[in-house]
Each structure stands twice: as structure tokens, then as C-alpha cells.
Design a protein around this ligand. Structure first.
Ligand code: 15L
Length: 270
């Protein structure tokens, strides 16, 4: 039987990086987004669905015949509360509930380091089970995402893995990302491990590469079968030397813990 994987937010930054990497022989990727997805119309291994993760009827339809879901959809940066609540919180509930109704038992959730952004670096290695300390409304939505995943795993016996993703870009963009970087190839390896792990139940794991300057546990990801092959250190000369006194270096969430993010939301009248 052909495996069919639904990827929400497939047109976004992470979705765009993952699409080619998760395409493999015999697998169908069902790509869902409200935005255009430039996928080849004649590619039989790809199905494109234009829909919002907040639309229950559309999500139920999109779940039909699906073996697993990778939920990347939603705002990926700080926005006003109403938008976070609608798209990130209600959207994640809709994805999980639609999966349950259609008998899809495995869901991988793109959580974020910003669910625990206020954790100080001085506390030492960030473990897999860190209690939430969100740094933004966006971070709160990732905490809610993890809580919803936990509920659906416990109440309905689904397998739900929430990955607290560090910084997934082609390469690190600043000195902080020498610690937080998750290479796209490692991200694909981690998603594959989450799809393949036998009966994981509910887990929260860190999503970072095995960076020389990593201060995040990879025990949980390794236990799922993840193997990291990349290290941000090879880009160290490009991004400069981290300043240990800079706010960006003090806490997991970096500058997201500073005043700028709060100001942005206040200026938007929230
Ligand atoms: C995130 O969760 C964001 O979606 C991404 O754009 C990056 O800012 C990343 O965190 C990060 O902390 O580097």
C-alpha cells in the first residue's frame, strides 16, 4: 500500500524545505496550504489541496486516505493574539480532530523553541521535558499545540510527536543559530524518524542538529531513531562570534524574549 502523508503549511518556509526531502519512491505527499504550491501538475506522487487548517470540513476531506500528518501550518512568527488563537490554536485543534475523525493515528507537530523561550541558558542543557516558558503569543500557541497533542494521544490513543524546532533554515543566519540550527536534511531525517518510530505515544523532543555549540538535549530525538549528520559549526566564520552578554545569548528564545516582540504586538493594538 502506498503511504500518503499530509503536510499542512506546505507552501511555507519549512514546508518548502521539506517537500523535496520527504518525497520518496512509492509515497504520496498531499500538500495543503492556503497559498499556491508550485508543484508539478503531472507529478503523480503529489496531491495539492488549497485549504485552511481552520476549516474542519476541508481538513476532514484532506485527511481521507492519509497514513500520517506533518502539521507545519500556522503563523511562524509573532502576530496579534486573535490571529494566533484562530490559526495556530484553533488550527491545530482542527488538524488533530479531523485526523481523529478520519482514523489517522499519527501526527507530527511543528512546535518551537519559543514554547520554552524564557528558559535561561545558565540553567544548563535544555532537557526534552522542559516545562513551558513561552516567550511570545506565538510561543503560547506552541504550548497549546503540545497540550492538544498530549490530549489526543491520551484520550484517543493517537501517536503524536511535537518537535521543538530550533532554527530550520538552509544555513545559520546569526551567531545564536550556531546552537539552535536544524539543518533541512537533519529536519527531514527527524520527520522520518517520527513517522517510523513504533508506537511512540506522545513525545516532545528537540529539533536541532548535533551542533558543536548545542545546549539542547537530543536524547528524545535519538530515542525515536533520529540521526543528525550536520553541525552548524562549519558556518561559524560566516555568522561571527556570539557575544555572551547579548540578550540573544541569554535565553532559549534569543531576542524573542526582548522588548521588540512585545512592542510589535502592542503597536498592532493587541
Ligand atoms: C521559530 O519558531 C520561527 O518559526 C522561525 O522563523 C525562527 O525564528 C525560529 O523559531 C528561531 O528561533 O530561530
Amino acid at each position: 500500500m502506498t503511504a500518503r502523508i499530509l503536510i499542512t503549511g506546505a507552501a511555507g518556509g519549512l514546508g518548502t524545505l521539506m517537500r523535496p526531502r520527504l518525497a520518496e519512491g512509492g509515497r504520496v505527499l498531499r500538500l495543503l496550504d492556503i497559498a499556491d504550491i508550485p508543484a508539478a501538475a503531472d507529478d503523480e506522487s503529489v496531491e495539492v489541496v488549497r485549504a485552511s487548517v481552520t476549516d474542519m470540513a476541508a481538513m476532514e476531506e484532506a485527511m481521507s486516505g492519509v497514513d500520517a500528518v506533518i502539521h507545519l501550518g500556522g503563523h511562524s512568527l509573532e502576530v496579534p493574539w486573535e490571529q494566533i488563537l484562530d490559526v495556530n490554536v484553533n488550527g491545530t485543534h482542527t488538524v488533530l480532530e479531523a485526523a481523529r475523525r478520519q482514523g489517522v493515528t499519527r501526527v507530527v507537530l511543528a512546535s518551537s523553541n519559543h514554547a520554552v523561550g524564557y528558559v535561561p541558558k545558565a540553567d544548563g542543557e535544555a532537557g526534552d521535558d522542559l516545562f513551558p516558558r513561552p516567550d511570545t503569543y506565538y510561543g503560547v500557541s506552541k504550548v497549546a499545540m503540545e497540550a492538544l497533542g498530549s490530549l489526543y494521544a491520551d484520550r484517543y490513543g493517537m501517536d503524536v510527536i511535537a518537535i521543538r524546532i530550533g532554527s530550520c533554515f538552509e544555513k545559520p543566519r546569526d551567531a545564536r543559530m550556531l546552537s539552535t540550527w536544524l539543518s533541512p536534511d537533519d529536519a527531514a531525517r527527524l520527520f522520518e524518524a517520527c513517522l517510523a518510530a513504533p508506537s511512540p505515544g506522545f513525545r516532545v523532543v528537540w529539533g536541532v542538529s548535533d551542533n558543536t555549540r548545542r545546549w539542547f538535549s537530543l536524547d528524545g530525538a535519538f530515542a525515536l531513531g533520529y540521526e543528525s549528520k550536520d553541525d552548524a559549526e562549519v558556518f561559524a566564520s560566516e555568522v561571527g562570534t556570539p557575544d555572551p552578554t547579548s540578550p540573544a545569548e541569554q535565553r532559549v528564545g534569543g531576542v524573542w524574549c526582548g522588548p521588540d516582540f512585545d512592542t510589535a504586538v502592542k503597536e498592532a493594538g493587541q
